[in-house]
Ligand binder design. Sequence first.
Ligand SMILES: [Zn+2]
Length: 309
Amino acid sequence: MNSQEFRQGLLESRLLYDGGAPGLYHRSDCFEDVVRSVEDYVSLAGHDENTPKLFFSPVVPVTTLKGSGYVDSFPNLLGTVNSFSGDDASLATLRQRLADDDEWLELFSPTEVGLCSAACHPLYPLLVGSPLPATGLTFEVQASCFRHEPSSEPARMQSFRQHEFVFVGTADAALSHRDHWLGRAQRLLSDLGLPIDSVEANDPFFGRSGRLLAAGQVEKKLKFEAVTPLSGASPNAIASANYHEDHFGTAYDLRLPDRSVAHSACFGFGLERISLALFFHHGFEVDSWPAEVKERLTLRHSPTSRIST
Ligand SMILES: [Zn+2]
């Protein structure tokens, strides 16, 4: 099944509804049920860490987009929010353009907010000014994220949720957090009947200077992805393990008790991507999924008991 056949199957099965722009989808009750089951499944796996859990707003201040370095490195992927702040005269112009079916968006101007770029980005500003313990801090976070990557490939949505386990502390502890979660996630995802590979990866930094950043990221082995075949020409990442070095620690002046700058790492599960992978590998009918997969997920459409991992 190629990506267009997969997309067609998702739409015809009424699991997803075309959202009206490439890469935008509305979700059915059944699809959402799978997404939330996957969320519970990965959350339960991290439960032993007894971490604070935060659900971030899908809209964040533009200072968060800048502070994370996202504006600098991925300007082509981010989304800012515009609104109308004109006077009565420009309102009349706006209404006329709407009536004439003419271009109206240029009458809108930037606001102080934009769309969340990655689930862990709103966390770091919250840590400013609060002392970090020497053992570091772990957080479980989730956000709806936006990437302007219009595509007809169902795995490349413009709006999707990331569920992350984030660590801020020493370099060694950040690396072991990332590697621990990479191993754990491979087992968790394999237990859902998905063929999983772990590969070195890089982020799609923009421009010529971005290619150097991407090469450095690979050379230093900062990023790994858990990938699975998902109708595209090559396997898609459904989870990623990232060691940020002191990038966020420096950006927000996050320091350990010895005054050294904190390092950080995050492990992110792509909730929609994992759900899509389940439909791709097990079929559009949840009821006919393998019993052991249904046993591990709590699906309202096929009531099963949960098995903790
Ligand atoms: Zn992250």
